[in-house]
Design a protein around this ligand. Sequence first.
Ligand code: AMP
Length: 573
Amino acid sequence: MNTPPIIGIDLGTTNSEVAFVHTTRPEILREGDDGILPSCVGVDDDGRLIVGATARNQAVAYPERTVLSVKRKMGKEKEIPLAGKSYSPQEISALILKELKEKAERIMGRGVAHAVITVPAYFTDAQRQATKEAGAIAGLEVVRIINEPTAAALAYEGGNVGDEKRTILVYDLGGGTFDVSIVRIEDRVVEVLATTGDNRLGGDDFDNRIIQWLTRELKQKHHLDVTGNRAVLARLKSCAERAKIELSQAPTTRIEEDHITGDIHLSVELTRKTFEEMIREDIDRTMQSVTKALRDAGITPGGIDRILLVGGSSRIPMISSMLKERLKIDPSKEIDPDLCVALGAGIQAAREMGIDTSGVLIDITPYTFGTSAAEVNNEGLDPHVFIPLIKRNTKLPVSHTETFYTMVDNQELALIQVFQGENRNALDNILIGSYRFDLSDNAAGSMITLKYDLDLNGILKLEAVEKETGRKINAVIDNVFACEDPDRVRTSQAKINVFSPMGAAHNPGAETIPSDITDTLTLAREKLNVASKEDQDEIIDLMEEITDAVEDKDFETARVICDELDDLLFYID
Ligand code: AMP
């Protein structure tokens, strides 16, 4: 590719990342690490400038020669003292940007001179200008500044930012800042309708609440006062952060720190419930901001189509549950909340390079893919139940296998269909593939496994296997993420499926169905494919009645209806 590369950068208060779209996918650029560069600049023992983790690690020991959170100073006429020298906020930020640029150049093996950089939606013109200047100092022409919530929306909606109007709430809680924004996507344009928050609230506050709790514990249990003891407080800080992160996964955690002073060992259990009580007030405040953002945007809670969680602290489970309670939507958190903004910046960078991002994929599937199967439930036979195999928002690549059973003895074929959608009735979804699977002579209830493999490029591979014989069929469908277009539907008329899912309320007791009845049902299913819409409805009704009678073991009635069905089928070719 001859177009000069453009990288996407999330220049964060705590951490920064750089992303680039390789062929179809934005990737965080990593050098065997997690790709996260602490937004920290310092001077080491030898007087050399250091950036990233090394600078952050010395912050507690040498605060006078370490700069943290320079982003808070952007756009202000401030001089930042560092080891006897003085720097502007732009110059400090430029050191972080230069580190990211050089990393990108090492990984990509070529020069990089252009970038898209994200900023908070509330940044003023002066702050945006300062960010551009920081880029210029680092040798990067900033081709575009985009808002962080916009980037998050791009990361989630990716190439699917289409004509459909969508309203998204982005809840971004990081280490030291909280932002909530309402974003509208319409006609492929992403717009921030409202933004609010608290630029002094984040994970650091939650750590501090745990530190206060530990300090009280030490006082009560060991009569030890550690307030003012910087070394001990620094150790408590890492214990607290570790515990907090663990509580996002587990209901309790144990905090252990030997020799906190002399022979006093800290060992205490912290429950998620206690932690939640500590931070409830803070989280309540963020919820008030959510309400304010909605009000500012003139949107009712019901008008939100999606909630995106961004920022490391948004992993706290209480946040998801409170948002769900208020807005009645499960928040999306499939994309790493620490990397989401950078990935979105990468997508915007690709757009700036003229790459058609409608094919750009993030590593989750935006759609649900499944098949259709017949299911017998309390209401009778439902011939077109949608059975999802790969659910929307699942991380890619993914593989899933589901088991199905034949419905009748010597069933001749199973029609393996692939649908995209969410509706319980498969026919209300989009049919993107239909494959005939000829079966061997097996008893009813024979197992068929169906496997879907979906990769990052939207290639869906399916494999159906008849368990008894090992006979199988394979199929590949390309670019399933572009299947909104109804023209892609390969068969205009959906056909009845002839296998029934495991876990369906009931398999129609196939072994107990007399063969003359199963013969009629088999014939009915075959003819259903060629029947008119009107006849189809009638056939299905009669099949349901037969199934009901069979369920009641009333074969006499079943046979009477079979006769009626046979008469109808006779005229269908
Ligand atoms: P950010 O500024 O987005 O990088 O977020 C960093 C903050 O997220 C720090 O305060 C982390 O302690 C916090 N954090 C990271 N992972 C988790 C987690 N699983 N649960 C709670 N907080 C977390």
